[in-house]
Design a protein around this ligand. Structure first.
Ligand SMILES: [Zn+2]
Length: 406
């Protein structure tokens, strides 16, 4: 690929990496920015929400549908793909892009998070994460080297380092140990990457909810010449007050010329606030998971398609939504379909992904147009019936970047 379109005075090459970030606009009031992120398969407009693209047909949607919704980057699940069908088969299919027939960008996780959260019998040692395969009960070691080897086989545009994941509600010495181990594992991941010329490795900032540990981790990791950074270890049930403070502390110390990915964040309010705090990329299973329970995301919150009140309602989920579901189907139809057919989940999933992508496109446009603070105020007014229902943490977070809500 060529980076010519990215070369201007705001763009600086810091390493021979297959990634270039051009800052298109910075909000003069908040820490928000709009960027063009050039990756091997596509240029991504940020801020961006990245849906999960590899969940299979029942839960998910096809690569074609994702593309037509305007998705420029989606997530591939290293743990599931690494187990079945396995990295060798996927490598033979020309990587995950070829296997899925997806022509745009892919981000793969390290596989570690799934192990810690899904597999009961996992043990973390300096070597890596040990666990029992849920398929055949065999003991498997996921080391930093193994994680990168699988992700190299998958051929993703962005790979995540293996990190030592500790729940954000855990306190004490275990948090510090995990932070230091994550730094050591980052170095092993950097050394293990066989394709630094075409696959970008992102570091994951850890340190729990402790500002000193976060700062120490930021200080160490930003000394490594990695193409991008993720803010990890949050969105795990901690207080929102702690959450936003750790996010804003992280973006204060992360380099301006590299992308910032906030992991596991997907509620609309959180997305808008965290863009204001300076984050560029987001992912979360929430929009697709909640769709399967009949919860459709709308600018005024959510709409529960299964509720009786929609049985005779012939409006689309959101009359202003341009997605294929809203263009074709009524609330009444979806309500009826939910009783008998999994296709209903599919229609709501399409709508929810479209909602997330459209929200982020509007956020970006408002940053480019220099009216992001105004956008936030309008968005919050629409989302909550009255200002006294605005979440306190969101008001405080926004006030910290000079946006007062009235
Ligand atoms: Zn829709």
């Amino acid at each position: 690929m060529t980076y010519e379109k990215c070369v201007n005075d705001t763009y600086a090459v810091t390493a021979a990496s297959p990634l270039a970030l051009r800052i298109v606009a910075e909000c003069p009031v908040t820490k928000a920015r709009a960027c063009d992120l050039a990756l091997p398969h596509w240029t991504v407009s940020t801020p961006v929400f990245m849906p999960v693209g590899t969940q299979g047909t029942l839960k998910g949607i096809t690569a074609d549908q994702l593309e037509s919704l305007g998705c420029q980057i989606c997530l591939g699940n290293t743990y599931h793909l690494g187990m079945r069908p396995g990295p060798d088969l996927i490598e033979r299919a020309n990587g995950l892009h070829g296997f899925m027939n997806w022509k745009r960008n892919l981000l793969t996780d390290s596989g570690g998070f799934q192990m810690v959260s899904l597999v009961e019998l996992s043990e973390v040692t300096e070597e890596g994460v040990k666990f029992k395969s849920p398929y055949d009960g065999k003991e498997i070691l996921l080391s930093p080297e193994k994680s990168i080897s699988i992700q190299n086989s998958l051929g993703s545009d962005i790979m995540m380092q293996l990190d030592d994941v500790v729940s954000s509600t855990v306190k004490g010495p275990r948090v510090e140990e995990a932070m230091h181990r994550s730094i050591r594992w980052l170095d092993r991941c950097i050394a293990a990457n066989k394709h630094p010329d075409r696959q970008n490795l992102f570091a994951i900032i850890q340190g729990g909810l402790d500002a000193q540990l976060r700062k120490a981790c930021l200080n160490e990791m930003t000394q490594r010449d990695v193409p991008g950074f993720a803010i990890g270890g949050l969105s795990g049930g901690e207080e929102k007050d702690d959450f936003w403070r750790m996010v804003t502390l992280s973006t204060d110390y992360l380099p301006r010329e590299k992308p910032r990915y906030l992991m596991g964040v997907g509620y609309a309010v959180d997305l808008v606030v965290c863009v204001a705090l300076g984050c560029d990329m987001f992912d979360c299973v929430f929009p697709t998971r909640t769709a399967r329970f009949g919860s459709a995301l709308v600018p005024w919150g959510s709409l529960q398609v299964k509720q009786k009140q929609y049985a005779k309602d012939f409006q689309p989920i959101d009359p202003d939504c341009q997605c294929p579901t809203c263009k074709r189907h009524s609330r009444a139809y979806l309500h009826a379909l939910f009783k008998s057919d999994t296709a209903a989940m599919h229609h709501v999933t399409i709508h929810n992904i479209s909602y997330q992508l459209t929200l982020m496109r509007s956020v970006r446009q408002s940053i480019v147009d220099g009216r992001f603070p105004e956008f936030i105020r309008t968005f919050m007014k629409r989302m909550f019936p009255s200002p006294d229902q605005y979440p306190g943490w969101a008001m405080e977070a926004l006030a910290s970047v000079n946006v007062a809500l009235d």
